[in-house]
Design a protein around this ligand. Structure first.
Ligand SMILES: [Zn+2]
Length: 162
């Protein structure tokens, strides 16, 4: 945005404009300086997936939110403690990560908050798969969100509850 000088600005319109610019600058500064880390359960999960499928594609992988995510609430954005509670794992069945199988394997773990894949979402709150109506169907990656309260539990993911 560069330097914006409103010195000498007068009138109610200019006052509002200045407040808005201050807010935006503060927002950007906070995001750029923010330190963050991935929830420990997701670090463990990613390591396990990489070990099990060393040649898997990572083209649709992700952890921290991009600029588009930053403007809205997403588990890809750091929470108040600076912890990111979601990752995306690329669907690559040829190299060992089949999104359908992987997404069904994940949900037995008590750390999971919700999982999205191929137009379906599973929520811990309801305990079932439902149609996902968000703008991105998640055909190319599995989205995994963990709960803030136990997302830092770093034990192995076993696919048989936990
Ligand atoms: Zn995601």
């Amino acid at each position: 945005m560069g330097s914006v000088s409103l010195e000498g600005a007068t009138g109610p319109f200019n006052k509002v404009l200045k407040i808005n610019i201050d807010k935006r600058l503060t927002f950007h500064a906070e995001r750029e300086n923010m330190s963050w880390r991935l929830a420990k359960s997701l670090v463990r999960l990613r390591d396990q997936v990489n070990l099990a499928a060393p040649n898997r594609s990572k083209v649709s992988d992700g952890s921290i939110g991009d600029q588009a995510h930053a403007a809205r609430v997403s588990d890809h954005n750091p929470n108040a403690q600076g912890v990111v509670c979601a990752i995306d794992v690329t669907h690559d069945p040829i190299h060992g990560v089949d999104g359908k199988i992987f997404s069904r394997w994940l949900i037995s773990d008590k750390r999971v908050k919700y999982v999205i894949f191929a137009g379906e979402i599973w929520k811990a709150r309801t305990g079932k798969w439902e149609v996902y109506t968000g703008p991105n169907k998640h055909n190319h990656h599995v989205h995994v969100s963990v709960k803030a309260e136990n997302g830092d539990e770093a034990q192995d993911w076993t696919g048989i509850g936990g």
